[in-house]
Structure formats: structure tokens, C-alpha cells
Design a protein around this ligand. Structure first.
Ligand code: NAD
Length: 292
């Protein structure tokens, strides 16, 4: 069994991006600029946004954080989005989800200029992705593709079973892996909460992508010998042996699944770090106007 090391890969990619920034500086070009909007005090959102900003600093990108308290009005958030859309120095930006209940996430997402949508959530980018046109790919699926590519994992003709049909992970990764080319050309089964006999579906998979948000849900006896397992889940569970009283686990029961796999992503240290790195890759593409 080989670990798909998201930490190592993301360090390598970040070093490549930092080298690109050095080249841009030498030529007097524009430094990529990522902005992040953080509303309220959700602890997980704070961790995610801080790690995005810190990664920008590490590689020499410009970054801006726009922060508002949880009682901010929807109008003000729309105004922030409009300002970022119109700011010529900002190449790309994200609005960290979830937003407080009184703010309509769909309305905010639709207000983002798709040419700056480096999270790849806007329907224009989603539609273009689905049709195989150049688009900002959603950051988590883009990170997974990059991981498969850099570990030279064969995907052509493989049977991939995706667990979870969210708009940000399950549905887009199922589209991307079934597209023509590499990584792709898989036969994909997209499963969800209404799927009958999920273990039987997973047993047929050469590649499993788990994105459901239930801790340690996928068990060892569901997984075919030699399968590749991509664990997207990030779940916090109680752990009295830790000083914090808790720890992070994925959607896969690592201890029983890992011995059966050819490759598996750890949690933490797998897909999560690749997601941040993919966002940086999208920001460079935005700055270079590679897509639009
Ligand atoms: P979500 O919470 O929006 O949706 C969950 C999906 O799982 C739904 O499609 C549902 O049908 C399916 N599901 C729920 N119960 C099921 C069951 N018993 N059997 C089969 N399917 C079931 O999903 P999401 O936003 O994609 O998040 C999933 C997990 O991935 C969460 O743990 C989240 O924290 C994590 N996540 C991680 C990253 C990352 O960067 N690593 C990014 C996004 C989400």
C-alpha cells in the first residue's frame, strides 16, 4: 500500500508556483492576487481561509482577506463581491462557505464574476467543465486529478465509484473522471444516500472517491484488493487521548481499508491540502488569463 501524500505533493507544487512568481517578478509582470471573503466565526471556515492566505504568502502571491461579522447583511456581501469583481488587481477570489442562514449562498455565488471564480463553483465554469471546455475546475476535484496525475495512477477503463453527489465534490469529480483523456476515461458510478447496497457498489470499484461527510463510513470489507482510495471527508470525532479532545478522520475507516488498497489518501494530509493548492493553481491561471 502506498500513501498518496497530499502534504508532499502540495509542497512540490507550491515550490513550482513560487518559482513561477520569481520569474514573473524578474520580468516585471503582475503578481497573482487571491482574495478571500470570510463571514462570521465558524472555526472550520477560519482554519480553511487562514490556510489559503498563508499558502499565498508562502509562494509570493498577493492575498487579501475581507472579514465581516455573522450579522452582516446580504446587501453588504453583494457589495463586497461587486467590489472584488471590479478590482483590476484581484485576479480571483473565494467566498468561504457556509454563509450565515440569512444570506442566500446561491445569490452570492451567481454574483461572482465567473472569470474570477477560482473555486470553480459558478454555473458557467461548471457547465464549461461538463462540456470539456476550458474552465476553472472546482478546487477539490482539481486537486484530486492532480494527485492521480502526479502519482501516475492509471485511470483509463477503470471502474470508479464516487460516494456523494455534492456540487463541489461528488458530481464534478464523477464528470471529470468520465471525460476523455488523462486522468479520465473511467466508467463512473455516482452513489448517494438513496443508493441500494452501497457496499456491493464499492466492491466493484478500482477507484473509490468518498465524499459524504460521515466519519469512517467505508469499511475494509467493502473495498476490492488493490483499489485506489481517495478519501475527501474531513470529520472531527472525539478522542480523549488528544489534548484537544478530538481528531480529524475521513469518510474511510483507514485502519481496515488501507491494508487492502494499492494507494490511499490519509486524513489529514491528503485531499484537503491539495484543495488549497488547486486554488493557488487556479489563481495563477486567472492572473495569466489562461481560461478567459
Ligand atoms: P455534502 O455534505 O454536500 O453531501 C453529502 C453527500 O453524501 C450527499 O450527496 C449525500 O447524498 C451523500 N450521502 C449522505 N449519506 C450517505 C450515505 N449513507 N450513503 C451514501 N451517500 C450518502 O458533501 P460535500 O460538501 O461534498 O462534503 C463531503 C465531505 O467532504 C465532508 O466531510 C466535507 O467536510 C469534506 N470536504 C472536504 C474537502 C477537502 O478539501 N478535503 C472539500 C469539500 C468537502
Amino acid at each position: 500500500m502506498q500513501l498518496l501524500d497530499g502534504k508532499l505533493l502540495s509542497e512540490n507544487i507550491k515550490a513550482e508556483l513560487a518559482a513561477e512568481v520569481d520569474q514573473i517578478k524578474l520580468k516585471g509582470g503582475k503578481i497573482p492576487h487571491l482574495a478571500a471573503v470570510l463571514i462570521g466565526d465558524n472555526p472550520a471556515s477560519q482554519v480553511y481561509v487562514n490556510s489559503k492566505i498563508k499558502s499565498c504568502e508562502q509562494i509570493g502571491f498577493t492575498s487579501t482577506m475581507v472579514r465581516r461579522s455573522g450579522d452582516v447583511s446580504e446587501e453588504e456581501v453583494l457589495e463586497i463581491v461587486a467590489n472584488l469583481n471590479n478590482d483590476p488587481d484581484v485576479d480571483g477570489f473565494i467566498v468561504q462557505l457556509p454563509l450565515p442562514k440569512h444570506i442566500d449562498e446561491e445569490k452570492i455565488m451567481l454574483a461572482i464574476d465567473y472569470r474570477k471564480d477560482v473555486d470553480g463553483f459558478h454555473p458557467v465554469n461548471f457547465g464549461r467543465m461538463a462540456q470539456g471546455m476550458p474552465a476553472f475546475l472546482p478546487a477539490t476535484p482539481f486537486g484530486i486529478l492532480e494527485m492521480l496525475r502526479r502519482y501516475n495512477i492509471e485511470t483509463s477503463g477503470k471502474h470508479c465509484v464516487v460516494l456523494g453527489r455534492s456540487n463541489i465534490v461528488g458530481t464534478p469529480i464523477s464528470i471529470l473522471l468520465s471525460r476523455k483523456g488523462y486522468p479520465g476515461d473511467c466508467t463512473v458510478t455516482l452513489t448517494h444516500s438513496r443508493t441500494q447496497d452501497l457496499p456491493a457498489e464499492v466492491r466493484r470499484a478500482d477507484i473509490v472517491v468518498a465524499a459524504i461527510g460521515i466519519p469512517q463510513f467505508v469499511k475494509g470489507d467493502w473495498v476490492k484488493e488493490g483499489a485506489v482510495v481517495i478519501d475527501v471527508g474531513i470529520n472531527r470525532i472525539p478522542d480523549a487521548s488528544r489534548k484537544s479532545g478530538s481528531r480529524l478522520v475521513g469518510d474511510v475507516d483507514f485502519d481496515s481499508v488501507a491494508p487492502r488498497c494499492s494507494h490511499i489518501t490519509p486524513v489529514p494530509g491528503g485531499v484537503g491540502l491539495m484543495t488549497v493548492t488547486a486554488l493557488l493553481m487556479n489563481t495563477l491561471k486567472a492572473c495569466r488569463k489562461e481560461i478567459y
